[in-house]
Structures are given as structure tokens and as C-alpha cells.
Design a protein around this ligand. Structure first.
Ligand code: TK8
Length: 337
């Protein structure tokens, strides 16, 4: 694009009309473009975080990097967007860790049921050395992990029956993320799990292909699942982190200064996103009830039964991932408490 005297007039000569310096006026302004896509809609804190990232990057690079934001799976689902990053046809996405495990299997550890006791503990583990170690593993997959954001604690909804006990999972057809650990954990609970991309979920519930799903309250409310689901329980069975990642091809094409700017912006936008997300996950349970959903609390006793039901799956995956890696995560969680 040839631009004569564009926005950056303060950095050029004072009376910068197009006529006084041909060289300047016809200089090619090739700003680099980041296409950043996510699965959730524009009301979700995930998108607010992306908008914050855009604002920070465009301001700090003075427009040398332009960020285009896409929500609601406009560019694809978590898996296909990661593939696009690998191919270099998309620059940024922010998937849940569950689909990431299909690229780097160790990521499954973060999806161990009942692993993190709180968001704050998760922050410490993910933002510390252990979390960084996992981000580094993405590089082999041509992906650069820049920050952990938050999806949050997942809760079960369905259209059939209020779920109060471990027994109540029996017979429910539940959509899970595309991740074997999730699949096996729900099977162990007695449910009938069906892995599916997030982008297909609403229709699947609407058409009754699945009875239920599990996601944090923010997603359940902001995606309007109360329109097609009747019951919600605070199963809090898995804490889902998001990973803000960039195409390695693109990251490597940036100057060192630009790399620092995008890295810092991903972290800062992430801190903002986490804050909004926690507020949202706290607020929206009430909204779901206002919309007519029944709410059932899981007793400590029943949660314990759920923990026992999934323990063999956790043990199996711990062995597959490597007990040393898993132990590292466990000790970091302990140290954070
Ligand atoms: C959004 C997904 C979603 C996740 C899921 O792209 O698939 O259920 O919880 O929020 O990452």
C-alpha cells in the first residue's frame, strides 16, 4: 500500500505535505498483520482480552503491527486454528489446554480432574517455571506460547435431569472437548461422552444430539446455553487454562523489539482477561438461574465419589505423560498453597 502522509505525522517533518519529500511520501508502509481468532463470542472476557492485546500492540508498535480480532470460531475451532498457526496462515489463537494436548501430549496434565484447588494456585503454577516449561514444548510444533489466560472451572449442564450425585452422570450423553483424557474421565463417571469441536456444540444441544456439556459459567451464560439446557451443577471438575499462542513463523519474522512488545502485551492482556473472567464466572450462575435453569450443589461426599471414579484415568495418564513431569506439577501446586 502506498501511503502519502499517513497518521504518523509527528515522526515526519513538520510541514509534511506530499510535495516536499518524494522519498518520504511514497515510502511503503508495510505493517505486519496479526489475525487473532478465538472460539468464544464477542461478549466473553476471552474476546475482551484479545481487544486489549490489540490496543496494546498497535499503540506500542505505533501501528507497525495491526491486529485483526475474530470471535465465535469465525476462523475455525481450537484445533483448526492451531493448525493454521503451524502453516502460517493465521498468527494468534487462544485455545483451551485440552485440544493442545493433541499437539503436545504433556498438556493433558492441566486437565486432570480436580487438579487445581483455585484460580490463584493455577496462576502461580502456570505463571511460574513449570508453566513456562510447558509453553517451551510448543516450539517443536511451530507454535510460540506467550501466556496463560483463563477459561476457568468447568461445570456440567444438561437437558435431562438435575445432577447431584456421581450416579446421576449415568446415561447422559455429554459433549466433551476433543481430548482423550476428558473422554475417558466422563466414561469413568458413567456418562456417554461424545467429543466435538466447540463450534458445533450449540446446534448439537439444540437438536438433542447431546444431552449436555460442561464449561465455565461465563461460557454457559454468554453463549446462551440456558436456551437449550435445563440443569446446572457446580461440578467444578476441571480447571481449563487458555494458552495465548502465536505462529512461530510469524513470531520469528518480527524484530526483537516487536517480539518483546507482543510477548508483554499477551501477558498484560492476560492479567486483564483473568480478572474479567473471574468476575464473569462468579456473576453468571445467578443469571443462569434467572433464565430458568435449576442449580444443584454437589456435596463434598459426592465430589469425593467423583474423584475416586476418575482416579484410575488420572493414574493412567500420569504414567503416559511421565511421572517426573506430573510430579513437577504436583509439587508446584503444593508449594503455591
Ligand atoms: C473455545 C473453547 C471452549 C472450550 C470448549 O474455543 O471447547 O468447551 O471450553 O471455550 O476453547
Amino acid at each position: 500500500v502506498l501511503l502519502a502522509a499517513c497518521g504518523g505525522s509527528d515522526s515526519t517533518q513538520g510541514n509534511g505535505s506530499a510535495s516536499n519529500e518524494g522519498g518520504e511520501a511514497t515510502e511503503q508502509v508495510d505493517s505486519k498483520t496479526i489475525r487473532a481468532g478465538i472460539g468464544l463470542n464477542s461478549e466473553h472476557p476471552q474476546y475482551k482480552g484479545l481487544e486489549k492485546f490489540k490496543e496494546l500492540v498497535e499503540e506500542r508498535t505505533e501501528g507497525a503491527i495491526v491486529v485483526e480480532t475474530y470471535h465465535s470460531g469465525q476462523l475455525g475451532d481450537d484445533r483448526s486454528m492451531m493448525e493454521a498457526l503451524q502453516l502460517g496462515t493465521q498468527e494468534v489463537t487462544v485455545p483451551s489446554t485440552a485440544p493442545i494436548a493433541n499437539f503436545v501430549s504433556e498438556f493433558s496434565v492441566f486437565d486432570f480432574p480436580f487438579l487445581f484447588p483455585s484460580s490463584e494456585v493455577a496462576d502461580q503454577v502456570l505463571d511460574g517455571e513449570v508453566g513456562q516449561g510447558f509453553l517451551d514444548k510448543l516450539e517443536d510444533q511451530s507454535l510460540v506460547g506467550l501466556a496463560y489466560w483463563e477459561n476457568g472451572f468447568r461445570n456440567l449442564t444438561n437437558s435431562k435431569q438435575a445432577v447431584a450425585t456421581a450416579e446421576d452422570f449415568k446415561g447422559l450423553t455429554i459433549r466433551t472437548m476433543e481430548n482423550d483424557l476428558h473422554l475417558e474421565a466422563f466414561r469413568a463417571l458413567g456418562a456417554n461422552p461424545t467429543p466435538m469441536a466447540f463450534t458445533e456444540l450449540f446446534t448439537a444441544m439444540q437438536q438433542g444430539t447431546v444431552d449436555g456439556q460442561e464449561n465455565p459459567y461465563a461460557t454457559i451464560y454468554l453463549e446462551g446455553y440456558y436456551e437449550v439446557q435445563k440443569h446446572v451443577s457446580n461440578t467444578n471438575h476441571i480447571y481449563s487454562p487458555f494458552v495465548f499462542m502465536m505462529s512461530k513463523t510469524f513470531f520469528d519474522s518480527l524484530t526483537e523489539e516487536e517480539q518483546e512488545i507482543v510477548s508483554e502485551a499477551a501477558l498484560e492482556a492476560g492479567a486483564y482477561q483473568r480478572e474479567l473472567n473471574r468476575e464473569a464466572n462468579e456473576t453468571y450462575l445467578a443469571n443462569l438461574q434467572e433464565e430458568g435453569m435449576t442449580y444443584t450443589e454437589i456435596s463434598e461426599e459426592e465430589r469425593q465419589k467423583m474423584i475416586e471414579a476418575v482416579q484410575p484415568i488420572i493414574d493412567k495418564y500420569a504414567e503416559n505423560i511421565g511421572t517426573d513431569v506430573v510430579e513437577e506439577v504436583y509439587s508446584a501446586i503444593e508449594a503455591a498453597q
